[in-house]
Ligand binder design. Structure first.
Ligand code: GLV
Ligand code: MN
Ligand code: MN
Length: 418
């Protein structure tokens, strides 16, 4: 991977149009817009379809060859002087139910802005350039997260992914067909030479340190488990405490334990219970059912396994004492992923050359780039999230930071594509 010869320095002055990029971000954010400036575009809903249609329209208008594969990944391809594996960028446009407008969307739309900048400058690259919008990165409706990119790299069987049932009982394959995005392009095409994803940090580090960009070195390990508990409903007033089989109690106690566990393990360990449903969910009825999820993450695989062991032991002991039946299901499990040292170094050097401050950092969130890292050199560029807020309508990144991220992305892609 050597940098292209550029004696006249013509490429070095190339800048994406950040106003145009922000305009696309704003227009995409109108699709599924919710109060407070956020977006609700859960994967494979009508809103996701409308967002996809908009992005595909933009890709076509930029002259990209658009393909959609059987899991609904959208790839826009800009041919290079030679055929062969593409230098790819991109991310996702699905959101959580209460999402912001930058998470994922920035990566896809910055890719389009890079293409438009190159088109305008009449620059041909040696390798093809590809911009991808991967299906269901969030995993909020269908688990696991990063589903489309995981299928793309062969890490999840296509049929298993298509058969996945969501939180609303809908099925991935049927929903893809319903919205017209169960495509026919071969999964995993084009082959990828290198992958670079621009994303908002979604955490507080860059802002706190006054640094403009992050060169992401790794993504922490992710463990998602869904627990289903069955107890016995009974009268809240007449049933002595010692005689209860209260599924709600076990769920609530476990939620509190997850917080204690993360604190006790310390270091990078985080733990979240983000979903709890009780049945019959009435003021004067002991809950006979509970369903809840636990999200555990750590940069260290051994410590993540320790957290999982302690969580399962806690639930088993408590449920046994309460005579509550437990079933559990792994929704997602990914080990920590290191990114490619050469791509990280290239991001750092390019940002410095362009005059942007940059620091190396791990990612706390999951990203499509961690899946692409299985098949090619990959890394990510982070831009600051104001207040470290994300998965929230208040998610915000300043225009100047978006410009710095997009400019760095452009030049890294240009170097990789030759
Ligand atoms: C998904 O992007 C996650 O990190 O939860
Ligand atoms: Mn994201
Ligand atoms: Mn997200």
């Amino acid at each position: 991977m050597s940098a292209p010869a550029d004696p006249a320095g013509a490429y070095a002055r190339l800048r994406p149009d950040s106003a145009r990029l922000l305009d696309r971000i704003a227009r995409l954010a109108e699709v599924g817009a919710i109060d407070g400036g956020g977006v609700c575009r859960l994967a494979l809903t009508d809103e996701d379809k409308a967002g996809r249609d908009l992005v595909v329209g933009w890709m076509r208008a930029l002259g990209l060859g658009v393909s959609v594969d059987a899991i609904g990944n959208i790839v826009g391809l800009r041919p290079g002087r030679s055929a062969g594996p593409a230098v790819m960028t991109g991310s996702h446009i699905d959101t959580v139910r209460t999402g912001g407008r930058y998470d994922g969307n920035l990566g896809v739309l910055a890719g389009l802005e890079v293409v438009e900048t190159l088109n305008e400058a009449g620059i041909e690259t040696e390798r093809p350039l590809a911009v991808a919008a991967f299906t269901n990165e969030e995993g909020a409706r269908f688990a696991p997260d990063m589903m489309g990119s995981l299928v793309y790299v062969g890490g999840l069987d296509l049929d298993a992914a298509l058969a996945t049932e969501g939180i609303d009982g809908a099925c991935v394959g049927a929903e893809l067909a319903r919205i017209g995005y169960r495509g026919t392009a071969p999964v995993g095409a084009p082959e990828v030479h290198a992958f670079v994803e621009l994303h908002v940090e979604q955490g507080p580090v860059l802002e706190r340190e006054g640094v403009t960009l992050g060169a992401v070195e790794s993504v922490q390990g992710i463990s998602w488990t869904e627990f289903a508990l069955r107890g016995v409903s009974n009268h809240a007033g007449t049933t002595p405490m010692a005689l209860r089989s209260d599924a709600g109690y076990v769920a609530a106690e476990t939620a509190a334990f997850v917080r204690r566990l993360a604190r006790e393990l310390g270091g990078d360990q985080v733990g979240t219970v983000g979903l709890i449903e009780l049945g019959p969910n009435l003021v004067n009825v002991i809950a006979n059912s509970a369903r809840f999820t636990v999200d555990l993450r750590n940069t260290d695989e051994a410590r993540l396994q320790e957290a999982e062991r302690r969580l399962h032991a806690f639930v088993d002991d408590l449920a046994a004492a309460e005579r509550v039946e437990v079933t559990r299901r792994t929704l997602a499990r990914f080990e920590p992923v290191p990114f490619d040292p050469q791509v990280i170094a290239r991001i750092e050097a390019t940002a410095a050359r362009l005059g942007h401050t940059i620091r190396r950092m791990p990612s706390g969130a999951g990203h499509d780039a961690q899946m692409l890292a299985r098949v090619c050199p990959a890394a990510m560029i982070f831009v600051p999230s104001v207040g470290g807020i994300s998965h929230n309508v208040r998610e915000f990144t300043a225009k100047g930071d978006i410009a710095a991220g997009a400019e760095t992305l452009l030049h890294v892609l240009l170097e990789l594509a030759g």
